[in-house]
Design a protein around this ligand. Structure first.
Ligand code: 13P
Length: 263
C-alpha cells in the first residue's frame, strides 16, 4: 500500500487550552472554513480538554459536522475509585473516536512509562477508541544519534502484547520533544527518517500488511507554512498539531495541505 491509499489525518491537540465556550466557537469556525470535499479528503480531528468534549459533541452532532474528536488521555481502568481519572467507556459514550496516549508531556510531567502507556493503548482498543500512540526523543537522545532506536523501543513498549489486527487500529505519532512548542520543526527528512523506521519496525514485529495500514503522523511545530513539505514524505500520513490548531484559520489551512502539494 502506498502513502496515497492511507487517508491523511490532521489532529489538533489543544492541550490545556480553551474553555467550552471557546471550544464551540473554534469547532464552528473550523467547519465553516473547510468544504465537504476537503473534510472528506483529509480526516480532520480535534482533541480538546475533557471539559470541552460534551460541547464539541453537541456542535458536531447538532450541525452534522464532518469533524472527528477525541481526548488527550484516558485511564487504563474502565471504572472505579480512581479520583480525577476519565475512562474509555466515558469517552466512547461522548462519541470520541480518538484518544492520545503517551504524549511526551504526560511521560515527562506525569511519569508515564511504557507499561502504563501500553495499558492505556489496550484500554482504548477495548472500548472502541483509536489510540494515537506518541513516540519521540528528547534533545539529548537526538544529539547522541540514537533517536531511531529510542522511538522503536517506545513503539515496542506501547504495542506490547497486541495482535496485528489490534495494531492496525492504532495511529502512531512521531513527536520529537525538541520540536514541540519550540518553533523548531524537524526537517522533512528528519520526520521521514523516524516515520519510515516506525513502519519498518511494524513490519518486522507484526507483518507488512499491518505496517502498510497504520497511519504515522508527525508532530512538533507544524504550521500552515511547513505542512506541505512534511506531508510530501512517503511515510508521513498526517500531523498532530498543537499550538497552530488553536487558530481555526491556521488549522484549516493545514488541513488544506493537498492544495499546496498540487502546485
Ligand atoms: O505536542 C504537540 C502535539 O501533540 C505539538 O505541539 P506544537 O505543534 O505546539 O509544537
Amino acid at each position: 500500500m502506498s502513502s496515497t491509499t492511507r487517508r491523511p489525518l490532521m489532529a489538533g491537540n489543544w492541550k490545556m487550552n480553551l474553555n467550552h465556550l471557546e471550544a464551540n466557537l473554534l469547532v464552528q469556525k473550523l467547519a465553516a472554513s473547510l468544504t465537504e470535499k476537503q473534510l472528506t479528503d483529509v480526516e480532520t480531528v480535534v482533541l480538546p480538554p475533557f471539559t470541552d468534549l460534551r460541547t464539541v459533541q453537541t456542535a458536531v452532532d447538532g450541525d452534522k459536522l464532518l469533524i472527528g474528536y477525541g481526548a488527550q488521555d484516558l485511564s487504563p481502568h474502565a471504572s472505579g475509585a480512581y479520583t480525577g481519572e476519565i475512562s474509555g467507556p466515558m469517552l466512547a459514550k461522548l462519541g470520541c473516536t480518538y484518544v492520545v496516549v503517551g504524549h511526551s508531556e504526560r511521560r515527562a510531567y506525569h511519569h508515564e512509562d511504557d507499561a502504563l502507556v501500553n495499558a492505556k493503548v489496550k484500554a482504548a482498543l477495548t472500548h472502541g477508541l483509536t489510540p494515537i500512540l506518541c513516540v519521540g526523543e528528547g534533545l539529548d537522545v537526538r544529539e547522541q544519534g540514537t533517536h531511531v532506536a529510542h522511538c522503536s523501543d517506545q513503539l515496542d513498549g506501547g504495542l506490547a502484547g497486541l495482535t496485528p489486527e489490534q495494531v492496525r487500529q492504532v495511529v502512531v505519532a512521531y513527536e520529537p520533544v525538541w520540536a514541540i512548542g519550540t518553533g523548531k520543526t524537524a526537517t522533512p527528512d528528519d520526520a521521514q527518517e523516524v516515520c519510515g523506521a516506525v513502519r519498518q519496525r511494524l513490519a518486522a514485529r507484526f507483518d507488512q500488511e499491518t505496517a502498510d495500514q497504520v497511519r504515522v503522523l508527525y508532530g512538533g511545530s507544524v504550521k500552515a507554512s511547513n505542512i506541505a513539505s512534511i506531508m510530501g514524505q512517503a511515510d508521513v500520513d498526517g500531523g498532530l498539531v498543537g499550538g497552530a490548531s488553536l487558530d481555526a484559520e491556521e488549522f484549516a489551512q493545514i488541513c488544506r495541505f493537498p492544495e499546496h502539494l498540487a502546485r
